[in-house]
Structure formats: C-alpha cells, structure tokens
Write a protein of this length. Structure first.
Length: 322
C-alpha cells in the first residue's frame, strides 16, 4: 500500500481513570506531522469511573467509551475499528499516562510512510533496563520476547511496548481474540500473514509510585500472555506444537522398547522388565495419536488461513476508503 502526503493518522490511547494526566498528554501530542495531512486524537475510555472521558473531549479528542473495564486488548479492538471506519492510513498507539515521548511519533511512523514496514514496535530496551522499571518486570518482558522470537523466527528486543504504529494493510488483516492484552498476538498474527514488522528505539520514563494496570501481577501477566501466544501458535503453527509433542512421546516409547530388547539380548528374558514394553507401547500409541491430531490441525490451519483471506477481502470492501 502506497502512502502520500495525504496520509491520515489516528493517534489513540487506552485510558482507565487517567483524569490527572489525560489533558496534558493530549495537549502534548503533535497536531501536525510531516507526510501526514490529517491527525485525529482518539481516547478509548475503558470503563473509567472518573472524569477521563469528559476531560479528553474538552481537550479535543474523540472518545470511545466502554461500559466496563475490559482491558487494553479490547481498547485496541475499538481503536482498530475506529481507524478503519474513519479511513485512517496509520494508527499509532501511545499510553495515556505520559510515560512515552509523543515527539517520537514522527520517527515511529517513518518506516510506514517510507513503505519499509507494515508495523513498527517501540523498543524501550536499546540502552538496557529503563530507569525506575522494576527488574522483575524487565525480566518478564525479556522472557516473553524470547518466546515470541522462537515462534516468529525473528528477533525482537521489546514485544510488550504499547507505543507502536500500524499501517492500513495491517489493520485490515488483524483478527484478534484476546482482551487482556494485544501486544504479542498482533506481532505473531501479522508476521504469519507475511507482513513486515520492525522496531524503533523509543524513550520511556516510569513513575516509581505508579503500578502497572496491565502487568500489576507478573505471574498473572505471564500466564495470560502465554495463553495468547499458545493460542496463536496453535492457530498458525499447529503441526509444530502437536508434531513436537507427538515426537517426544514416540521417542520415549522407542527408548523403553530398546531398553527391553537390549535386556532380552543380554539376559535372554524379558523378566523383570516386561512392564517397560507395555509402557513403551503406550507411549508409542499416544504419540501416534498426537501426530494424527497434528495432521488434522494442519489441515484446519489451511482453513484458518483461507478464512483470514476471506475476512481481509470483506474488510477491504466494508472499509473501502472514500
């Protein structure tokens, strides 16, 4: 997709009870950017119980409100729909608490404007751990990044940063399901659909007194994100998951059978290890069943890919630019 100086940009931020910071953050956003003809500020009020929505509207932002707090993943869904319905060429997400520098938005959309990337992720870790970032949170981010790198077969330093940009092609192709978070699912989904994802260095400042609403509990955060990663992996790489699991059980079964056969050659009898033969046979049968599941899942994966293509064409028609 080719962009010109007539590109339309939506800058959105998910907000939950951010009445203290929201006005200052909105006023700090760039009203104009080189290469962009129109900039829209969008606040997705995710069930706030304070005056976040009212203050955001007074500050000049369009506000989409959720009746209850549904999570940043659900807020992202709303932002994507808004961007498509309003003919946006680029969507940028930035936090509502002011921890990111909005002056870096031109840099983060530059690869998209130059048609060198479909999606750009802010990288907070080019200089190591940011100041005031909890060491356990940094460690958790690094572990999740390693999992994403393995699954995507591409190297990223920071896969959890909410400061990122998407072109229209990416928005049309996204079919996401998680409401807790969206950061990892988007990367995998877009890479598996053949689009280009890259990183851009960004600065961040953490308030040591502020507790993250997304990753307040590191254990809960890792469990939730691991579930999302596993689901996407099962959707796009099912044979790798079930094939590897089946291979492990088959290998165990063969090991037990070799042990039993070796004992027979040495002692001339299966006694007292007959049970090893039954255990090995059980592993072999179970492993073969899992391989059958792997083959079926791989066939269903082709159906999923076709469905993604169909949904993409439907969205292109539904959200055709006017």
């Amino acid at each position: 997709m080719i962009y010109t100086t007539n590109s339309k940009l939506v800058i959105y931020m998910p907000a939950f009870n951010e009445e203290r910071q929201i006005e200052a953050v909105l006023k700090g956003l760039p009203p104009s950017i080189e290469g962009v003809s129109d900039v829209i500020f969008l606040v997705v009020d995710d069930g706030s119980t304070d005056n976040t929505a009212t203050i955001a509207r007074k500050a000049g932002a369009t506000v989409v409100q959720h009746r209850r707090n549904r999570g940043v993943g659900a807020a992202f869904h709303s932002a994507v729909q808004f961007a498509l319905e309003n003919n946006a060429d680029i969507l940028v997400g930035i936090d509502a608490d002011g921890q990111f520098n909005s002056e870096e938005i031109p840099a983060i959309i530059k690869p998209i404007l130059e048609r060198n990337a479909n999606m750009v992720i802010g990288n907070r870790f080019t200089q190591g751990i940011p100041q005031n970032m909890a060491s356990m949170k940094f460690w958790g981010n690094q572990q999740i990044a390693q999992i994403i790198n393995y699954v995507a077969n591409q190297r990223f330093q920071d896969v959890s940063c909410g400061f990122r940009a998407y072109d229209r092609e990416t928005l049309l192709r996204l079919n996401l399901f998680g409401e807790f978070t969206y950061t990892h699912e988007t990367i995998l989904s877009i890479i598996f659909q053949g689009l280009h994802v890259t990183e851009c260095p960004v600065s961040v400042k953490y308030d040591p007194e502020r507790r993250s609403r997304v990753a307040g509990s590191l254990l809960r955060y890792m469990i939730q994100t691991s579930k999302i990663i596993l689901r996407v992996l099962l959707d796009y790489r099912p044979f790798r998951v079930f094939g590897s699991l089946g291979g492990v059980f088959i290998a165990l079964g063969i090991t037990f059978e070799i042990f039993l056969f070796g004992h027979y050659l040495i002692a001339g009898s299966y006694t007292p290890y007959k049970s090893a033969g039954f255990i090995g046979l059980g592993f072999l049968i179970f492993g073969l069943l899992i391989l059958v599941i792997a083959l079926i899942s791989d066939m269903l994966n082709r159906v999923r890919r076709n469905q993604d293509k169909i949904l993409y064409e439907i969205k292109k028609t539904l959200y055709a630019k006017t």
